[in-house]
Design a protein around this ligand. Structure first.
Ligand code: HEM
Length: 139
């Protein structure tokens, strides 16, 4: 089966990716419940609009997004490290289905980098002693 994939990243093709990706996220067995608990049905259009601005800023340097993703994700109930691999797998699948190899890998590389820095910010605390070492007492 041949399928026409998008060759270029534009506001319109980003919108199609966002719709497809979050459609799948909402039906996903482990990601779905976390998103559904954080975003009420009537708030989804606003979330999708925010994500459109975010990816437009990331991929097209449009400057349309301003926000603090770290703070927002800190407040997401039930977010955990293992979910990031599932998020990335779903995003990779969706980007690869919709875009030609070049733009797909650009989306995927950016998503991987952002996911890594989000995980660092959320799950590592600066100043923690290295694994296995007791913190020295101040006294
Ligand atoms: C385990 C993985 C993830 C989960 C469960 C998750 C969940 C969520 C949820 C529930 C929100 C909406 C929060 C709210 O409005 O109250 C949100 C917002 C957002 N997420 Fe994620 N997310 C994940 C990974 C990512 C990744 C990898 C990226 C970027 C590549 C990302 C980018 C964003 C952005 C930009 C927002 C909007 C922040 C704002 O409101 O300014 N998320 N996420």
């Amino acid at each position: 089966m041949t399928q026409n994939r998008f060759e270029t990243v534009t506001e319109d093709t980003i919108a199609i990716l966002i719709d497809a990706f979050y459609g799948r996220v909402r039906r996903h067995p482990t990601l779905g419940p976390v998103f559904e608990a954080a975003i009420a049905d009537n708030e989804w259009p606003e979330h999708l609009a925010t994500m459109q601005r975010f990816w437009s800023s990331v991929m097209l340097s449009s400057g349309r997004y301003s926000g603090n993703p770290v703070a927002v994700h800190r407040a997401v109930e039930g977010i955990e490290r293992s979910l990031f691999a599932e998020w990335l797998a779903l995003f990779t699948l969706t980007a690869s289905e919709l875009f030609e190899a070049g733009p797909a890998s650009e989306f995927i590389t950016k998503a991987q980098r952002i996911a890594s820095s989000l995980q660092l910010a959320l799950f590592h605390r600066l100043g923690d002693p290295p694994e296995g070492l007791a913190r020295k007492s101040a006294a």
